[in-house]
Design a protein around this ligand. Structure first.
Ligand code: HEC
Ligand code: HEC
Ligand code: HEC
Ligand code: HEC
Ligand code: HEC
Ligand code: HEC
Ligand code: HEC
Ligand code: HEC
Ligand code: HEC
Ligand code: HEC
Length: 450
């Protein structure tokens, strides 16, 4: 379910929900007094009933976000014939902001107030208890058919399934070949001598604007190099910048070491683009070249690497044949060596090869939120332990639930120091994508009771 932005303010408001429920000497005395002086209470109650607003004393301050109209009981409470009602109907809440439904398939829709319990001092209302989720998730049912998700979840430690992506048998769907182990080897051949690659040479949080150390030369695209939509596939934005890693892009993370040179005649590389664009680029390059150097019709290719399956070089009889031969050589080199190092190419009958979609997942957890920034105090290998030794793209390098449970556990006793482990920490309830805009309906005097 889509997530809404969390702000520092809202995170700072995570205060113990049950504070007012715990035994406390002051509250005990208040209770005793209330029982010992019933007549006073009775008088007071009668006074209220006859009073202009017909309301009891507030059972406690409302949450921080609602504090400004906390004394305006009727903004939330129903009043019938001028009498106060404890009941709070959803439409009162919906007058100020939406709370879009969780799943269309859910068996019933709980009332807003059943999860967002008020009058418990300045806590964050959205910090709902596990019981609010577990009432459905302990035995999940849907309107019709069977649920697609694990039907019995009770709490995060002990009663929660392993994450889908780290269950046995799940494979990384990416097709770009990448051997992490090779690249993490100290003294790797870099563009200007040996280098020790670091994780952050390839992976950085989005919004980190430092230049990439192994980026390719900055080129202004010519009309022949217009980037096809395939290369600019949009990545869904995360509500908080820096939560996610920047996507891997050949130009930013690979280009300086894995160049796309094809012929020493040119100090230009082939564009990193579809075979079709590259084909047109090569035709243009060689046509221009032979027009400027007509004497070279009998020359052969000056390729940087040995061309696969090439017998002895063929000598062209005319310019057109020279162009054809050179383009064919360059393409054999690119498709069968250069591109193939990283890509899966599929030969197509009588034409250019097709490059498999890269499919590097932009998000692994589609049903939970994760934020790298909240965990930046840890080193990468604490969670991605296999990253330094992995040799195959298909390896899944993500942490399993046990890693999270080291820190995210519920408080068993007051002295326990753990990170939050209630469901809302990692999951959204509302499907915010479906949120409807709210039209303000209160005037200042109405809201402030002036
Ligand atoms: C921001 C909305 C909001 C405002 C403002 C508000 N309340 Fe409430 N109140 C609630 C909600 C939500 C509940 C829980 C209702 C439920 O359980 O169905 C509640 C419950 C109550 C209850 C029942 C408590 C219990 O333990 O059963 C009383 C009494 C009450 N409110 C009094 C007041 C009074 C008096 C005021 C004005 C001074 C007030 N409320 C203002 C939201 C509000
Ligand atoms: C008079 C307008 C108004 C009413 C009525 C109202 N709210 Fe709010 N609510 C706000 C405002 C303003 C904020 C703070 C801005 C924001 O987060 O949208 C807020 C914030 C919240 C938040 C997020 C902040 C937090 O503490 O987690 C929740 C959850 C929430 N309201 C639930 C409710 C529920 C449930 C009701 C009905 C019982 C309700 N609201 C009634 C105006 C209102
Ligand atoms: C099953 C429990 C549950 C019910 C029922 C529920 N909510 Fe929520 N609500 C949550 C949780 C959990 C969050 C925090 C995660 C999220 O944004 O989905 C939240 C968040 C919110 C927020 C925004 C918090 C923020 O950070 O800005 C608002 C506003 C809100 N709810 C209003 C409502 C309204 C209005 C209703 C009734 C129509 C309602 N909720 C019903 C559990 C619930
Ligand atoms: C009224 C019952 C109900 C409540 C209450 C409820 N859920 Fe759900 N939840 C469902 C249903 C139904 C599905 C979808 C099941 C399906 O289609 O297979 C679902 C799916 C999910 C999923 C997986 C799909 C997704 O949305 O990403 C998560 C995670 C989830 N719920 C978390 C929560 C959390 C956290 C809470 C408490 C704030 C909560 N649920 C409260 C009924 C509920
Ligand atoms: C060093 C590794 C590397 C080499 C060599 C390489 N690429 Fe790529 N290529 C990538 C990466 C990483 C991506 C995915 C991100 C991006 O778009 O840059 C990609 C994406 C692509 C895509 C888009 C695929 C999609 O998802 O639709 C095409 C087309 C492509 N490359 C063509 C080529 C061609 C043709 C060659 C040879 C001339 C080549 N690449 C050489 C790493 C490489
Ligand atoms: C600092 C230079 C450098 C960068 C940056 C770099 N590589 Fe490499 N890569 C190398 C070297 C050197 C080798 C050959 C290592 C060997 O065989 O020992 C290599 C080998 C490979 C291989 C073959 C691995 C194998 O199993 O033999 C692939 C595939 C590859 N790189 C993909 C990529 C991709 C994709 C990127 C960008 C995300 C990238 N490389 C970035 C230097 C680099
Ligand atoms: C607390 C554990 C944790 C730490 C520490 C951590 N990661 Fe992650 N990482 C994750 C999780 C969980 C995901 C899956 C997130 C998702 O898809 O929603 C992930 C995803 C990724 C991805 C896949 C792309 C993405 O954004 O989902 C890359 C790349 C990555 N991490 C690199 C790193 C690097 C580099 C570091 C060190 C700077 C690091 N991680 C530190 C837990 C961690
Ligand atoms: C510390 C983070 C965290 C907490 C706390 C947490 N979850 Fe999850 N949960 C996850 C992650 C991560 C996934 C994997 C999401 C995915 O595969 O897209 C997940 C998956 C799920 C799913 C989908 C299961 C499936 O079949 O794939 C449901 C439903 C769910 N959680 C409900 C809950 C409920 C209910 C609670 C509270 C009792 C809870 N979660 C607490 C992190 C958490
Ligand atoms: C040469 C560039 C490069 C370096 C250095 C590098 N990675 Fe990656 N990483 C990639 C590429 C490309 C992918 C996508 C292909 C794949 O999934 O293997 C990737 C994928 C990942 C993923 C996604 C999850 C997965 O299962 O594939 C994680 C997590 C990750 N890397 C962590 C790390 C960590 C931690 C380090 C440092 C120890 C690191 N990487 C170093 C290029 C690099
Ligand atoms: C070093 C202990 C540690 C580990 C391991 C850890 N976390 Fe956290 N996590 C934290 C701390 C500390 C916070 C920030 C405090 C807070 O918001 O409760 C946090 C916050 C979060 C948040 C809220 C992020 C936000 O700011 O909105 C999510 C979601 C989360 N962790 C999920 C995970 C998942 C999933 C894993 C396992 C892959 C994991 N964490 C592993 C300590 C840890």
């Amino acid at each position: 379910v889509a997530r809404q932005k969390r702000t520092t303010k809202s995170l700072a408001q995570r205060i113990d929900v049950n504070y007012l429920q715990r035994p406390h000497p002051f509250r005990r005395w208040r209770m005793i007094c209330a029982i010992a002086v019933p007549s006073v209470a009775l008088l007071w109650g009668g006074g209220v009933a006859l009073g202009k607003h017909s309301r009891p004393a507030s059972p406690g301050p409302v949450s921080a976000s609602h504090a400004v109209f906390g004394s305006r009981c009727e903004v939330c409470h129903q009043s019938r014939a001028g009498f106060f009602h404890r009941e709070v109907k959803d439409d009162k809440c919906l007058a100020c902001h939406d709370g879009p439904v969780h799943h269309a398939t859910q068996a019933f829709t709980p009332a807003c107030a059943s999860c967002h319990t008020e009058h418990r001092a300045a806590m964050r209302l959205a910090s709902v208890g596990d019981a609010d989720c577990v009432r459905c998730h302990a035995q999940l049912t849907v309107r019709s058919g069977r649920p697609q998700f694990e039907p019995a979840i009770r709490n995060f430690v002990g009663g929660h399934p392993e994450f889908r992506a780290t269950r046995a048998g799940f494979r990384d769907p990416g097709t770009i070949k990448l051997n992490h182990k090779v690249h993490m080897k100290p003294g790797l051949k870099g563009p200007n001598g040996p280098v020790d690659m670091q994780c952050d040479d390839c992976h950085r949080a989005q919004g980190d604007d430092r230049p990439w150390p192994y980026a390719g030369p900055v080129t202004t695209p010519t009309s022949a190099q217009v980037v096809p939509a395939a290369l600019t596939g949009s990545i869904p934005p995360h509500p908080r910048p820096g939560a996610r890693m920047s996507p891997i892009q050949y130009k930013q993370q690979c280009a300086a070491c894995h160049t796309l040179q094809f012929d020493r005649r040119f100090n230009q590389e082939a564009p990193h683009d579809t075979p079709d664009v590259i084909h047109r680029f090569l035709l243009q390059k060689y046509s221009d070249y032979i027009a400027q150097h007509p004497g070279e019709v009998r020359s052969t290719g000056l390729n940087l690497q040995r061309i696969p399956q090439q017998a002895s070089p063929v000598i062209a009889r005319n310019r057109d044949e020279w162009i054809q031969l050179r383009v064919a050589e360059a393409e054999t080199l690119l498709w069968q060596k250069t591109c193939k190092e990283c890509h899966q190419l599929r030969a197509q009958q009588g034409g250019l090869p097709a490059v498999a979609k890269s499919s590097i997942p932009a998000r692994w957890f589609l049903h939970a939120n994760f934020d790298h920034r909240s965990h930046r105090m840890l080193d990468c290998l604490s969670c991605h332990a296999r990253a330094a030794s992995s040799e195959e793209t298909s390896d899944v390098l993500l942490p399993g639930i046990a890693v999270c449970q080291r820190c995210h556990r519920s408080q068993q006793s007051p002295g326990d120091n753990f990170a939050e482990a209630r469901c809302f920490e990692c999951h959204s309830y509302h499907n915010w994508k479906d949120a409807k805009p709210t039209k303000g309906r209160y005037t200042l005097p109405q809201l402030l009771g002036e």
